[in-house]
Write a protein that binds this ligand. Structure first.
Ligand code: PHB
Length: 390
């Protein structure tokens, strides 16, 4: 009898050990170089989620493996995604700050039997590159379509557009033009800047000379956005009455201390403000600030990462930790939850996040810090860019 009990216990222990697997998640992002702060925000969002929800899902334990792609570099992203799958045995790929990096890794997913959860990259077409892509960030079309509406409602009729010359910039140019022309406005000039542009003063002169009443701009958040808004202020475009229209990438909270009072009053449209007033956001901001260390460094990629982890946890739950990418993705189609940004859901058809887009204005909080204060809500926005991407 005693021997039998021991045998049963041993079998149970063995089975327990077999079931208690580690599920590895490979996260690709810029963790060094000029965009390192954006990658640091991925990590802060992931750490905040794991601090709040633990690292165990049933019998499985989650392990994160980070890989650094400092700038948009599709070849490096693809090579690292391959290495994560083949050598590290990751069951999920996540992160992806830059569109070209996500585009390059997406074709690997089906053969690898691995879902990809995009925590930032915002070109509409990415979700069409594989049925295993899910996105918890935003798209440029989603955030920029309301920008065009706001500009027209302001009474602005002539706009010059300025974008980074890569896929998200092209989406921004198209999305703004579509919305603004449909409303009855005119685009007087369109400028596309090389991604490596860091001197924006010459552009400011061209904007002044264009005869536009307002400027629409999209650049990837990081040193380019800080440099552009500084140049806009320092070259007196604000004072010259050239109105500023942009998605919230241009006024990310981590740039605001360096911009100072000159940025006060800049209005942008975006899916997330750190100042969003909800209990979910209060809890998230506390955990994410703790994770990042310096509270002034917190920015929007953290919320894409936090919600990305929510989706991955649901996928692991649904598959019992087994590698079944299609089952994992199917399990989150139509999933809805209360994000720190507001109510969100994963559209079952596009696998992209449906969410509110907010009009915000750079303001000073009571404690003297700079915030993106929400003024207006465009509710339950899907991705208007998908039709254009097909
Ligand atoms: C992108 O490459 O998709 C991207 C990067 C930074 C942003 C937005 C989009 O702020």
């Amino acid at each position: 009898m005693k021997r039998l009990v021991l045998a049963v216990l041993a079998a149970a222990a063995f089975q327990g050990a077999a079931l208690a697997d580690t599920v590895k998640i490979g996260v690709i992002g810029p963790f060094s170089g000029p965009f390192a702060l954006q990658g640091k925000n991925f990590k802060a969002g992931i750490d905040a989620y794991m601090a709040m929800h633990g690292t165990a899902i049933g019998d499985d334990t989650v392990e994160i493996i980070y890989r650094d792609v400092p700038k948009a570099d599709p070849a490096q992203s693809k090579a690292l995604a391959q290495e994560l799958v083949v050598k590290e045995g990751v069951q999920y790929l996540a992160g992806f700050y830059f569109t070209p990096d996500a585009m390059a890794a997406a074709p690997l997913l089906e053969q690898a039997n691995v879902p990809m959860v995009i925590m930032n990259a915002a070109t509409s077409a990415i979700v069409t590159k594989s049925p295993l892509v899910v996105r918890t960030s935003f798209t440029i079309w989603q955030t920029v379509t309301p920008t065009a509406q706001v500009a027209f409602e302001d009474g602005t009729r002539k706009i010059i557009t300025v974008v980074s010359d890569y896929a998200p910039g092209h989406d921004a140019e198209k999305a703004f033009q579509a919305g603004f022309e449909k409303a009855g406005g005119t685009i007087v000039e369109q400028l596309r800047l090389p991604m490596a542009t860091n001197d924006f003063s010459p552009i400011m002169q061209r904007i002044k000379d264009s005869g536009a009443e307002g400027l629409f701009v999209f650049l990837p958040s990081g040193p380019p956005t800080l440099g552009f808004v500084k140049a806009y202020n320092e070259n007196g475009l604000n004072k010259a009455g050239i109105k500023f229209y942009a998605p919230g990438d241009l006024t990310q909270e981590s740039d605001l201390p360096a911009l100072g009072d000159a940025a006060l009053g800049l209005r942008t449209t975006f899916h997330y403000s750190i100042a969003h007033d909800s209990s979910e956001n209060t809890a998230f901001v506390a955990a994410a600030r703790k994770a990042i260390g310096n509270p002034a460094e917190l920015s929007f990629p953290s919320v894409g990462a936090f919600d990305g982890m929510h989706v991955i946890y649901k996928m692991i739950e649904a598959t019992g930790g087994e590698a079944d990418a299609q089952k994992a993705v199917d399990a989150v189609k139509g999933l809805s939850w209360a994000s720190p940004r507001g109510p969100v859901s994963i559209d079952a058809e596009s696998r992209h996040i449906t969410q509110n887009i907010y009009l915000r204005e750079v303001s000073k909080a009571e404690d003297g810090s700079y915030i993106n204060k929400e003024l207006r809500t465009f509710e339950k926005q899907g991705d208007p860019g998908l039709a254009a991407a097909k």
